[in-house]
Design a protein around this ligand. Structure first.
Ligand code: FE
Length: 229
């Protein structure tokens, strides 16, 4: 089936109960056709809703949760706490899942967490070579590039090259460790705390921590305008 055929079929399935003319021919251009994946998801959603297997409001609430309520800000809180509280950092590295739960984060796709610490000698990068496994409770939903075939394959074959493309050129004497996520184990990188942040509060530190730094494709940097974050 062609892409456009797929759109027509999905649209017809979604609106069959509402008397929409399914014979309406889509031989004219309405708009740019979304990606195959988007179309597949939309078609599936339409069918599930139509058959009464899924409640659209419940689906919206779920998506809203992971887009707006759960996200990298959670992970940033974990990182900032670890930077400011050595006892917490120890707990976080030894037994991450309960340590993360101390801050109220846990659940689906984060049932078994592993935290790997970046140091001046070791840089950690996280990938899921098989699909897109990702620690939802602390990072939210994975970015598109994380799910892309080039990142998934090249992160293990040429991690330094991939990091360079993200703008991170690591010295040759820094060891790069690549962690392959699975359905069971999800990783969070504990980035290095930037220099000259001794006076920063936990909140100020959390504001510096990016999603990419917690995946391991970036370092945590001070804003370019100086240390007054
Ligand atoms: Fe996966």
């Amino acid at each position: 089936m062609t892409r456009r055929g797929f759109v027509s079929a999905a649209g017809a399935a979604a609106t069959a109960g509402q008397g929409h003319a399914s014979e309406h021919k889509h031989d004219h251009s309405h708009q740019a056709v979304p990606s195959d994946l988007t179309l597949r998801v939309k078609a599936l959603e339409s069918l599930l809703v139509e058959k009464g297997l899924v409640d659209r409001a419940a689906l919206d609430a779920l998506v809203d949760t992971y887009e707006h309520k759960v996200g990298p800000r959670n992970g940033a809180r974990v990182v900032a706490r670890a930077w400011t509280d050595p006892a917490y950092k120890r707990r976080l590295l030894i037994d991450p899942t309960p340590a993360i739960a101390e801050l109220g984060y846990g659940g689906q796709q984060g049932e078994y967490m592993v935290v790997v610490e970046n140091t001046p000698q070791v840089h950690n990068v996280v990938v899921c070579t098989l699909c897109s496994c990702y620690p939802w409770p602390v990072l939210g939903l994975p970015p598109v590039w994380y799910k892309s075939a080039p990142y998934r394959s090249r992160a293990v074959i040429d991690p330094r090259g991939v990091l360079r493309e993200f703008g991170l050129d690591l010295p040759a004497d820094v060891e790069v460790r690549v962690w392959d996520s699975t359905a069971e184990i999800r990783y969070l990188v504990l980035p290095e705390r930037p220099a000259a942040t001794e006076k920063f509060s936990e909140d100020q530190l959390a504001a510096l921590v990016t999603r990419d730094a917690m995946i391991g494709v970036a370092k945590v940097m001070l804003p370019p305008d100086g240390a007054n974050a």
